[in-house]
Design a protein around this ligand. Structure first.
Ligand code: BES
Ligand code: ZN
Ligand code: ZN
Length: 459
């Protein structure tokens, strides 16, 4: 498979996309031997099914790709990706798709080419697609490259993706696009007033750090903040084994904002972009922070630690407070912040918080358009009381187990000042293989945001 389109090729094999109720009419227009072949092969145009039709010289004349019904399609996305993966090596072109479906399917075809191959040899490239008419090829390829970056970063285990490695990945991205990058590491975090990033990360071998990337000189300002917890053991409130297993993905927010940053820079959006990543490992050591400790955040709020496993909101808080000092036009955080978000909406939806109606409108229609589903959650102000019961201003881990994702979002909002703010509590992981989305790390919400940014920022 390939993550880019093939050059136009007159020999490209047509992949004829056909809905279930269009099959009869199509068959009627074919010569007998073609119709008989298709029927003999039991092809019904069910969604995801396919049939290779030979030519008289025993080449593939056409591939029929079953497109089922609208109802069947509503249960998934990227419907041609599985067919693309099953095809023999060659160059293909799509036909028969309606204009409104072609972008998603072309993207899905490219994404089907993704495999996490860092630790094994790569599979040979097989079915390549010629960019269909109506698809902006370079845009689709930039989106795929951003998504691939996100997936690779998440899939790489913590042994090769510690805070220093995440910094190196950011430096690579910055140098590819001529972005500027500054990093505040270790003790310098204390000197420059990022106390909570330091506290959470100080027990690990690789020093905690705040990565700060800038790109673009003109236009509205957008700041993306991503949770970069490279491994989350839970700290002294150690996670049980089953909960810790996947915690290499706890930098999924960072990986997703970096993927989005890649898309924004590759497509040269006319904005001024800042990416902030607090990169830490939540480790266990004699100098680890403790339950009961009280921290003072960058913005002066005090936080009582009632669970060292609620570390994400702490490192994000300092980064958000820092970003808010410049009051960007829009600030967005992405984080694998709570197990509660996964319980609420499962791994397929990106739950997000935002109280700006125009942001919500732009995001919802973009998400729908680009097959990157999101779900709005409430910044429910009456729950503010839940995050402030103790002897400090804030509690990092409210007891009671109610609305864990909401209270985490409310906690973060305390650090956003007056800046227009949206927060995504993503899962960052696909637990079961799906078309164009193999099991493993996956970007969530980035494509929707990219699509919505022009409207959100009035570009
Ligand atoms: N990284 C986890 C959240 C998480 C867990 C995301 C599983 C996705 C899947 C986070 O740091 C955490 O452990 N949060 C705690 C907070 C609690 C102690 C208040 C949680 O959600 O249980
Ligand atoms: Zn945690
Ligand atoms: Zn975490």
């Amino acid at each position: 498979m390939s993550l880019v389109f093939a050059a136009p090729d007159p020999e490209a094999v047509p992949v004829h996309v056909i809905e279930q109720d269009g099959l009869e009419g199509w068959l009627a227009a074919q010569p007998d031997h073609v119709a008989n072949w298709v029927i003999a092969n039991g092809f019904t145009a069910a969604l995801g099914s396919s049939c290779l039709v030979p030519s008289e010289t025993s080449r593939i004349a056409v591939v029929l790709a079953g497109y089922g019904t609208a109802k069947a399609r509503s249960r998934g996305r990227f419907h041609l990706a599985a067919i693309a993966m099953s095809l023999p090596k060659g160059i293909y072109r799509l036909e028969g798709l309606t204009e409104d479906r072609v972008e998603e399917e072309a993207l899905g075809w490219l994404l089907a080419g993704y495999a996490f191959d860092r630790y094994r040899s790569q599979k040979p490239a097989v079915a390549q697609l010629v960019a269909p008419e109506g698809v902006q090829a370079l845009r689709a390829e930039a989106i795929v490259a951003g998504e691939v970056l996100t997936r690779d970063l998440i899939n790489t285990p913590a042994s090769d993706m510690g805070p220093a490695d995440l910094e190196a990945a950011c430096a690579d991205l910055a140098s590819n696009f001529g972005a500027e990058m500054a990093v505040i590491r270790g003790e310098a975090l204390l000197e420059q007033n990022f106390p909570m990033i330091h506290t959470v990360g100080r027990a690990a071998d690789q020093a905690p750090r705040l990565i700060d990337m800038h790109w673009g000189n003109t236009g509205p300002t957008l700041t993306l903040v991503g949770k970069g917890v490279c491994y989350d053991t839970g700290g002294l409130n150690l996670k049980p084994g089953a909960s810790m297993g996947l915690m290499k993905k706890d930098m999924g927010g960072a990986a997703t904002v970096l993927g989005l940053a890649h898309m924004i820079m590759a497509l040269e959006l006319p904005i001024q972009l800042q990416v902030l990543i607090p990169a830490v490992e939540n480790a266990v050591s004699s100098n680890a922070y403790r339950p009961g400790d009280i921290l003072t955040a960058r913005n002066g709020l005090t936080v009582e630690i009632n669970n060292t496993d609620a570390e994400g909101r702490l490192v994000l808080a300092d980064a958000l407070a820092f970003a808010a000092e410049d009051t960007p036009d829009l600030m967005i955080s992405m984080a694998t912040l709570t197990g509660a978000a996964r319980v609420a909406v499962g791994p397929d939806l990106s739950p997000y918080y935002c109280d700006d109606a125009s942001f919500v409108g732009a995001l919802e229609s973009a998400a729908n358009k680009v097959a990157d589903p999101v779900w709005r959650m409430p910044f429910h102000t009456p729950y503010e009381a839940m995050i402030e019961p103790g002897i400090a201003d804030l509690d990092n881990a409210p007891k009671g187990g109610f609305a864990g994702s909401v209270t985490a979002a409310l906690f973060l909002r305390r650090f956003a000042g007056d800046t227009p703010y949206a927060h995504f509590d993503i899962y960052g992981w696909n637990p079961a293989p799906a078309p164009a989305r193999p099991k493993g790390g996956v970007g969530m919400g980035a494509r929707a945001l990219l699509e919505a940014l022009p409207e959100m920022l009035k570009l």
